[in-house]
Design a protein around this ligand. Sequence first.
Ligand code: ADP
Ligand code: MG
Length: 266
Amino acid sequence: PAPLAEHGPAQIIAMCNQKGGVGKTTSTINLGAALAEYGRRVLLVDFDPQGALSVGLGVNPMELDVTVYNLLMERGLTADEVLLKTAVPGMDLLPSNIDLSAAEVQLVSEVARESALARALKPLLPDYDYVIIDCQPSLGLLTVNALTAAHSVIVPLECEFFALRGVALLTETIEKVCERLNPELRLDGILATMYDSRTVHSREVLARVVEAFGEHVFHTVIGRTVRFPETTVAGEPITTYATNSVGAAAYRQLAREVLDRCRPAE
Ligand code: ADP
Ligand code: MG
């Protein structure tokens, strides 16, 4: 990919699936790191009170004084008071921890409760090329905030038997947000994860996903490998932890597809 003459404004991507354990956090970290390797400025937003994205980047969520929660709820706090640099050059993090679970309740009584995150991110957009929001495994108000802030959605789907279960509910939610809150929102892609080429089962699930979503499915497929759980323990992306691995190559390929697809509508 060609280097950029100048940066921003950022394309915002929500990494979303209400099912847990499908590769949202892993894909956020590694897609982000691969985009940063290609010279893009990247901001990752940990939007899950579990703080797994923060942990995956070597941050201890319990030790944080301010998080994305404070950015959402406190007027007057600026993003650079919450932003953390990561070990990957060009990639920053808005961390979170369990505090964020209170936002779900507290936002309910706010005016424009669905657009709190969009509002908080707005001043940051000129500084980045991509913002990737790691959503929590639910379709509640936090996820609706992510979808309202986003230009596009990436849905990781695990190549397992029940992968497609619940996807209809997710696409319905995306459509509703599109109609009522964010007409710009696009489904940029379904990302097949945890693919095991040795099993017929994995191949069958992938075939069904392609049948259901056609062109929406990224050509990149993320294979199942123990290297990913290892990176979580190491607290760094696979692109630096095992830079020549198959997994690193897969997320670089995904980054090139994203550079192609997830760009402003003309
Ligand atoms: P989510 O954010 O959707 O809950 P995670 O990205 O945290 O999912 O992944 C769940 C678990 O699966 C983690 O332990 C992670 O390390 C592991 N994992 C993610 N992607 C892969 C993969 N391609 N192969 C093997 N394990 C994976
Ligand atoms: Mg997660």
